[in-house]
Design a protein around this ligand. Sequence first.
Ligand code: IMP
Length: 437
Amino acid sequence: MANIVIVGAQWGDEAKGKIVDFLAQDAAMVVRYGGGNNAGHTVTVGSEEYKFHLIPAGILNPNILCVISDGVVVDPGVLVKELSGLKSRGVDFKNLKISASAHVILPYHCLQDDFQESRRGDSAIGTTGRGIGPAYSDKATRIGIRMGEFVDPARFEARLNTVLAEKNALFTKVYGAEPLDAGKILAEYSRYAAELKPYVQDIAGLVFEAAKTPSGVIFEGAQGTLLDLDLGTYPYVTSSHPIAGGACIGTGVGPTMIDAVIGVAKSYTTRVGKGVFPTELDNETGSYIREKGHEYGTTTGRPRRCGWLDIVVLRYSARVNGLSCLSLGHLDVLSGLDSVQIGVGYSTKSGETLDQLPSDLPFRTDIEPIYETLPGWSEDLSAIRSFENLPLNACNYVKRVEELAGIPIGTLSVGPAREQTILFNDVLERTIRKRLS
Ligand code: IMP
């Protein structure tokens, strides 16, 4: 094993949790490097299904350290609830660490998120409403409260009073709302702080040491490349850095310590919230994929927009993340379609063909996807464990995706369970393990 970043190669919800859980079995540590409880991972082990919002998916393995790092924004109420839910199912947290530098989401962030979204009207982003944007904004404006301060009662009270005075001025004067009560927030959040305090520490040295061991670190990304604040489809993005580079920013590990980057993609594309989506299927096929793939948000329950696989997006992801290989999932969902399509480029109204993602994509009204159509397959793939046993048309689809994207496929998923994974060991050896030699 090596130090591997697991990154969403599309607009999030690519089922990164499954591959993290799978690789975590051999790792020393799993670090969640960005985002907050806008994310949701579902991991299936045997007949048990676990849903995670903040806790790294590696927590199911009691032998590895699991870290919520500096780059994450933590809603303490959500984390406490997540911990108690998992504890009641026998999950052990002795190996959980929360960075003292991670920023805290407080009630005023969620309120601000709601006010900002309602004010945007038709140009609302479609955020998860979890206070993510305002929490990262406060970090950038340097008024954020970090976990280290949060679990220190005197410092938390002092900081809360200062910041709340500013937020209440905003709520009352700009939004015409009632001010929030510092005493109420303090009473509720001090309880969370006391519960979380044992897990909070400086984590930079810890991650660095684990990254030097032969077992290495899995850097668990949240959201996806196209939701990155700088490199995504701005402004319809989240406020953090889901890209592979975010693993360095969010954990304090230098780029030269990363050995490999695995991009996780679905065999089709989904997106939640507003924003450009060239290969979207606003029709029966889109609904078929949504229902068959259970494409409803883990966090918000919102129906996800569904569409064909977009190779332009994958090529872009391969470039900006420096992908070593691809982990292609949800192939089983495409079973039952007479034909399947792959978006291989965009054509513009002026007759141009684009095979790379244009930076002004969110505002382009003049582009249409160019599709390649392949024959579909009807067989249920969920019990198939080797590439050779897949129906010929499914094999051809996967090979064509690999060829068009220009990145080798390392794993293929035919269902949510750990064992529903087909490994391409030659690719994994070449792109992950060989880097140790
Ligand atoms: P925010 O992260 O709540 O501010 O939302 C900003 C945009 O990112 C919205 O379009 C959300 O739907 C999207 N988003 C945030 N987290 C996720 C995720 O985990 N999966 C998919 N979309 C997400």
